[in-house]
Design a binder for this molecule. Sequence first.
Ligand SMILES: [Zn+2]
Length: 296
Amino acid sequence: MTVGFVACGPKQPSEIDWQAFSGKRAYAHVERIVGYGPRPTASPALIKTATYISTQLQEYGLDVEEQAFVAPTPRGPLQFRNVIGKTRTRRGSAGKIIIIGSHYDTKYLPSMHFVGANDSGSSSGALLEMARVTSGVPNLWFVFFDGEECVKEYGPNDGLWGSMFFVEDLKGKKQLDRIKAFILLDMMGDKDLHIVMPGNSHRGLVQRVFESAKATGHRSYFSFNQQPIMDDHVPFALAGVPTVDLIDFHFGSAPGLNDYWHTEQDTLDKISPRSLEIVGQTALHLVDSLRQNPRF
Ligand SMILES: [Zn+2]
């Protein structure tokens, strides 16, 4: 009927009001999550956090699934749980999915009171606020991974538990080719914000992040470095999904230092609503831009 016309498809209208992302609201989520205390995999605080995340997502009108699994770890078998919030799929549309992810567990550090306000309270709070703003936009998945942190030592057999399971599950269901892009947020609440996208991000997506950061007025906070980082985007990248990691891996007492990372210093006073807003708004603009122009 419309032969010769549908090939490119109509440009999607802008659907996401990125300015509606509130750093204050995101920060309030981080406060709540940090309030549960240290939340390593399989801890009571982690379960409370998962329940809080699910409840918020449901309140915003998303469909929520909990993906629970047991895996043999260097600390013995542990129960992991990913929390997944999905916006509606438009009926009759085989539309491609954009996934926005964050881990929500904290590293198991029994010798200290490690609450992980930045790692990973910040990105968990930001994801919840993104989900609120986009609840009416189809084909978005918000995935909160458990077990990003290693339970003993980082290596090929420890860490990235939740994201690896998630990607394997998609593979098993033959759904991987539905995923248009995976956008990861991690350690992005630092008051002194410098997002450095690592070298194992997709170059086309990195470019699109720069364009979105410019459009939102936040360009000066974003840069790129060839150095790869081991994070939840890696299983996606290995499976061929275009992915980008929005991370500030200089979290410390002076510029260039990372001495607050995985210490008792990772507390609420080190992060700011403004930083959550800068990254949250840019990520939302990116999602909107990818929906309008999916080529990169
Ligand atoms: Zn960490």
